[in-house]
Structure formats: structure tokens, C-alpha cells
Design a binder for this molecule. Structure first.
Ligand code: F0G
Length: 456
């Protein structure tokens, strides 16, 4: 049958983008301390800094925003959000938060006792910090393939059950707070977990009495990867795949600013544990806002209630993941080293192979992100040792195996022609990579240093 395989939407409103010349871009990056976070957005042509809070909302979402009453008391928008997410996840307790890290704060406070371990499939910056603030210690149990950018394994987000077993054998199950299982692992390159892995890890955790909590921030992209890579799911709807994925966990935190197609908002959800839900609501009231809005305006709750319906459109999510793959393929064809296979939300450049002559103490990923801006006007994000920080014991910079630059694609915002422009610019830069030199700190914040750091 003929499938009309295009983006399943048309453009309603446009935003003009900047065009600075090279000299102006050189000035801008110097003024920003060679940190793309500190560039002014008006200086950026194509903004691939993040897929977080950058989605284009639909006319239906804006209409839902406009139609809400600005009451915080148990609004219709909240009722709809809860009903929709109960249906999508199968979880009973749906608690809105103002974004993902607020949910991480609640979860870590509730489930972690000081000194406990939190095994997870690679760290995310805010997730790990909240675990540590609650007295927990993160332990990486992702499969080894995830640390090898050139390995084409399709499920690089999987948890290595042997690593998890070894951790529990060594420390005992009571020493484990919960298993933190991220969908389409951001820091590994947007790499998905397989359905079989989620199922097996959950079954094992249940046997040990260890809770399993998803970071379902990019659950829909993970569902699409399962649909395209696992033969058994080719003809299964995204909605049904997602519902099955969520079966294999006791709850989730979500940053709604990604797959949920909204620009602010998050979720804390639990399958059936009323005690956890009570404690989460208590903390929410204390730190965030009302239990029916998580500190969000009702209009934002309404946009989320509608966003979670739109995210399940099979044609939408297929075109979304295909666009990311297209950018990846153009870069691969141009010889540029990227993390393989292309992920769901982003393409990650392998800065160690792009700039092999720059030592990790001179921040190759940070350098590459700055150079990409000067060459192309495209803003990208460092995801290497500046993000990872320093070892608190030795004071040395970590030397992570993955030294990456992330090209993160906002949802429903850019065309494939924009992707072509990005790929051409980076391929041009790759051809003169030998001229590029490293950076050193002139200002280094103590925590989450990548946001505010300045270099020369
Ligand atoms: N979990 C994951 C996997 C994330 O990618 C993020 C945010 C969060 C949690 C925190 O959520 O920002 O709503 O508080 N990631 C953004 C990014 C910042 O650019 O990758 P938040």
C-alpha cells in the first residue's frame, strides 16, 4: 500500500533566525567564554543545544492553554492529564511537577537512605546530583557497548544484569535504594533499551525486593526504536508498546519538556505505592506548589494533557526519529565520527576521534562545540569531561570514555533542509580539524560546572 510518508503536520507560525558573519560569531563565542550555554540565543542560527523545552506546540495545545481557567484547585486540565497518563502508563498515581529535576528531587528524597547505592544505566547530570544530595551513590550498570561509540549494538541503553547481580551480591539488596532505568539514554547518545531487557531486569528486581523506577523522559522515542528494531513489534502501535514498557517498572520520573511536547512541566508517577505517592505530594507542596499543578500554571498543565496524546501519533514519532537518523547518516557519509547507531533525540559527535590531538585536560568536546558555532552558527552542547566534572577525592578532571558533542534536535521545529545545512557545515569543519586547539578554564563553578564555566 502507498504510504504518504511526510511530516504529519504543516507550519502555522514561523520564527526568524539570526545570521551573523564569521567575525561576529568569533566575537560572540569569545564573549561567551567559549561556552555555548552562554551564547545569546539571538546569536544562534540553528539551535541544537537541547531538545528540552524547545518543541513547537500544536494549535490544539495552544487552544487548550487558552481555554483553561487559571484556577490551581483541581482544574479540568489536571483531571485530563491524570486520566490520560493513567491510561498511557497504567500507573495509578500521577503527580505533576514543574519539570524533571523536581520529580528527581521528590523521588530521591523518598527512596534513598544515606549510604545506599542507586544503580542506573549511565548517569544524567541532575539525576545523579539529586541522588547524591539524598546521600545515595550512583553505580553505573549499563552494558559495556554503551561506552564504545563505534559499536553498532541496537540496544546500547540496556542494563547489564550481570553487573547488577554482582553489585547486589557484594552489598546486599537492602543496600540498593532502587534501580534507575532511563529510556533512550541521553548521555549514551539517545540509545534505547530493549523490551526484553526491561522485562528481565524488572523480574529480577522483583525477586530481590528492589524497586525499579524509569526515567521515562524519552519513553516514546524508545518505543519507536522498539517498533523499528524488534521484528515482533513492527505492527504494534506506539501506544501499546509504551504501555508494555511501563509494565516493567514501579514508577517513573519524567521531564515533560522532551517527548511530552511541552516547554515546561514534568511528572512523578507510581504504579500502586500509596505511601510513596503521599510522601511525594507532601514534598511537592513544600517545595513546588499545589499537588494538582506541581507549581505550573494551569495552561501548562493543559498543554501537557494534550501533548501526551499527540506524542503517541505513530506517524509523528516515526518522522521525528527518522529526522535524527537522516542527520546522522549525512555526517557518517561525510566521514565525521559520530556515536553509532544514531540515537532518538540527538546525534553525538565523537570528539576524541574528531580532535585526537587535543588531550582531555584541554576539553576536546568543549572546544569542538565552540568551533562548530564559529564555523556554522549552529549551537551544540558539550557532553564530555566538562559535564562529568572532577573526582572529589583526587580533584582531577574525570577522563570519561565518551567525549561527545551533542546535536540535539527540537521536536517539530526544523526541516530536513536545516539538517542538511548543519551536516555540510560540520563536514567542512572536519576537513580543517588539524588547525583546532584546546581550551583552559578561566572560571570553574563547583557544581554542574558546564552551565556557567568560562574558558580561554
Ligand atoms: N532526565 C533526563 C534523561 C534528561 O535528559 C533531563 C534533562 C532531566 C532528567 C531533567 O529534566 O530539565 O526537566 O529538569 N535534560 C535536558 C537536556 C536538560 O538538555 O538533556 P528537566
Amino acid at each position: 500500500p502507498y504510504a504518504f510518508d511526510t511530516f504529519p503536520y504543516e507550519i502555522h507560525t514561523i520564527e526568524h533566525i539570526a545570521h551573523l558573519d564569521r567575525r561576529e560569531r568569533e566575537q560572540a563565542i569569545r564573549a561567551a567564554g567559549y561556552n555555548t550555554f552562554l551564547l545569546r540565543s539571538a546569536e544562534v542560527a540553528i539551535d541544537l543545544l537541547t531538545d528540552s523545552g524547545t518543541s513547537a506546540m500544536s494549535t490544539d495545545q495552544w487552544a487548550a492553554c487558552d481555554a483553561t481557567r487559571a484556577t490551581t484547585g483541581n482544574s479540568a486540565a489536571y483531571q485530563k492529564l491524570v486520566a490520560n497518563l493513567q491510561d498511557i502508563t497504567g500507573y495509578e498515581y500521577i503527580i505533576p511537577t514543574h519539570q524533571g529535576r523536581a520529580a528527581e528531587h521528590l523521588l530521591s528524597s523518598i527512596l534513598i537512605k544515606p549510604g545506599q547505592l542507586v544503580p542506573g544505566n549511565m548517569y544524567f547530570t541532575t539525576t545523579k546530583l539529586h541522588q547524591e544530595l539524598a546521600g545515595g551513590v550512583f553505580a553505573d550498570v549499563i552494558v559495556d557497548q554503551a561506552h564504545d561509540p563505534d559499536d553498532d549494538f541496537p540496544w546500547k541503553g540496556n542494563i547489564d544484569l550481570e553487573k547488577l547481580r554482582a553489585l547486589v551480591d557484594e552489598h546486599g539488596a537492602e543496600k540498593i535504594a532502587y534501580v534507575s532505568f532511563e529510556h533512550c539514554v541521553n548521555m549514551a547518545g539517545g540509545q534505547p533499551a530493549s523490551m526484553d531487557n526491561m522485562k528481565a531486569v524488572y523480574a529480577w528486581c522483583q525477586g530481590q525486593g528492589i524497586p525499579l523506577i524509569f526515567d521515562a523522559t524519552r519513553c516514546v522515542e524508545n518505543a519507536r526504536m522498539i517498533q523499528s528494531r524488534d521484528l515482533r513489534y513492527h505492527d504494534v502501535k506506539i501506544r501499546d508498546i509504551l504501555r508494555e514498557m511501563m509494565l516493567y517498572g514501579d514508577g517513573c520520573t519524567v521531564s515533560g519538556k522532551k517527548d511530552f511536547l511541552i516547554n515546561i512541566g514534568g511528572i512523578q508517577a507510581f504504579r500502586d505505592n500509596a505511601d510513596w505517592a503521599d510522601r511525594a505530594r507532601h514534598l511537592l507542596r513544600l517545595y513546588e506548589g499545589n499537588v494538582t499543578d506541581g507549581g505550573l500554571a494551569t495552561a501548562d498543565v493543559a498543554a501537557m494533557a494534550r501533548g501526551v496524546e499527540e506524542m503517541l501519533n505513530d506517524r509523528y514519532i516515526r518522522s521525528r526519529v527518522a529526522q535524527t537518523r537522516l542527520l546522522g547518516q549525512m555526517l557518517i557519509d561525510g566521514g565525521v565520527p559520530i556515536v553509532r547507531p544514531p540515537g532518538g533525540h540527538a546525534i553525538f559527535l565523537n570528539a576524541r576521534r574528531f580532535l585526537p590531538h587535543i588531550d582531555q585536560d584541554e576539553f576536546p568536546s568543549q572546544t569542538l562545540a565552540a568551533e562548530i558555532y564559529v564555523e556554522t552558527g549552529v549551537r551544540t552542547m558539550e557532553r564530555g569531561n566538562v559535564s562529568k566534572g572532577r573526582n572529589p577525592e583526587t580533584g582531577e578532571n574525570y577522563r570519561p570514555a565518551l567525549e561527545l558533542v551533542r546535536l540535539t534536535i527540537p521536536r517539530r521545529v526544523y526541516s530536513n533542509d536545516h539538517m542538511r545545512g548543519v551536516a555540510e557545515g560540520i563536514i567542512r569543519l572536519y576537513q580543517r580539524r588539524d588547525e583546532i586547539r584546546g581550551l583552559r578554564f578561566v572560571y570553574e563553578p563547583a557544581q554542574l560546572r558546564f552551565f556557567q564555566a568560562r574558558f580561554e
